[in-house]
Design a protein around this ligand. Sequence first.
Ligand SMILES: NC(=O)c1ccc[n+]([C@@H]2O[C@H](COP(=O)([O-])OP(=O)(O)OC[C@H]3O[C@@H](n4cnc5c(N)ncnc54)[C@H](OP(=O)(O)O)[C@@H]3O)[C@@H](O)[C@H]2O)c1
Length: 492
Amino acid sequence: MSTRPFAVDPFDIVVFGGTGDLSRRKLRPSLYYRDRDGQIPAEARIIGTSRSEMGREAYARDIEQAIREYVPAEHLDDTALRRFLARIDQVTLDAKSLTGWKTLSERLAEHPERIRVYYMATAPDLFGPLCAHLAKANLITPVARVVLEKPIGHDLASAKEINDCVGSVFEEEQIFRIDHYLGKEAVQNLMVLRFANLLFEPLWNSGRIDHVQITVAERIGVEGRGGYYDKSGALRDMVQNHMLQLLCLAAMEPPGAFKATAVREEKLKVLRALKPFAPADVDHKTVRGQYRSGAADGEAVPGYLEEIESGASNTETFVALKVEIENWRWAGVPFYLRTGKRLALHASEIVIQFRDVPYSIFNNEAGALAPNRLIVRLQPDEGVKLTLMTKNPAPGGLRVREAPLNLSFADTFKVRFPGAYERLLMDVVRGDATLFMSRNEVEAAWAWIEPIIEAWQAQSEPPKSYSAGSWGPSAAIALIERDGRTWWDDEK
Ligand SMILES: NC(=O)c1ccc[n+]([C@@H]2O[C@H](COP(=O)([O-])OP(=O)(O)OC[C@H]3O[C@@H](n4cnc5c(N)ncnc54)[C@H](OP(=O)(O)O)[C@@H]3O)[C@@H](O)[C@H]2O)c1
């Protein structure tokens, strides 16, 4: 089966924040890969902005450097790289002044009919000013799109303000709110698994599923981003967007089609069905933690407070939640979410744990029956695993044993897995918003998260501490064990 991508229509992409970390590590390599694989048409241009007067040559050299750093040698093709660098242009521009807007207008006016992608790889407080300048300079054509990076606000009011600002100059269909988790192969595969196989959907409900776990564990700490992270914390940085999106894909009803409106409507229904946290729930259904010093990969690592400038903070680097969905399909099925920095492993996965068989025909000597689990691994080693009970292959009395059906995408498909941004960038050019968040989704997620933030702020006690390299505070283990369940541990 051919995996050669179809070329998209000619486009100009303007990357505001074209010199930043996101651009260097994600956007530049992603665009290079898409170009190398023949998806970007010859006419397309990539215009990066910076406030300093870099000039085209210096900017292209900076891009080349980033690509050589972040693209493995086996994927570097000098001819493709030269072709890619020839597309690069640079405009010196400031979101907060009139500097550069005339130059940008002149460059874009060379191809007025072309699809324009305005990528906001800047802090969110610049989205409004950038949009206002784009409108004032008459740069928003019917085929223009704008891409907004997370975080879209730090609470419901600020998210609404950003959405209002951007929405005052762009139509909702032109706004692409990116959550790169939705571009991950394994995440899209969750939808294929659910809706392209007959096997799972009849079992996908409270009658057959005991509970769901979603874990996004990072081994790293704040890595020099302490200033940003300390204002955010794990709940805003991970749960409000990535984890709730994963929950939506696991819990949503089958959409009528794999199309933006249908998929986004179903996700929105899930967000609106999330049981709100009352202040009294917060103590026993949420855990917030903060790492202290410990060990990662056998090396001593400092605690969070030693990594941030102020040395004092109540910001959580770990969250665990017990989430309930108030609808017919999921009533009584808890979704346990946990995420944190400096945890024991770098691992993201969704675990669907089915119920026990209603009755065991095997005697006690056969051993205990474990419930089936479907494990969708997002990283590392993307794939799907289904645990099944099997007969232990041995003579003598019949004994049962749990064994996995393991589908590793890397081993099965033997292709390079495109990065999330590659897929999503091309979707923006095509105008396909299926894997992007709607305004309503972002705001519904903030509306649900806010009571947790408020209840935590009202608490006098600090977040519970945990050692770097562990699985978070013991209270997170108690959160699930109180219900007679345990966190899935793939290392077992
Ligand atoms: N880094 C990531 O992996 C990542 C992942 C997800 C989301 N994000 C989000 O993406 C955004 C950018 O992150 P980043 O890590 O790339 O930040 P960064 O490294 O600090 O880069 C910020 C960019 O904004 C530009 N900028 C600053 N002030 C400007 C102004 N007045 N006018 C025009 N441009 C201006 C800077 O360009 P000059 O200084 O050259 O003008 C720079 O290119 C943030 O909101 C971040 O939360 C980042």
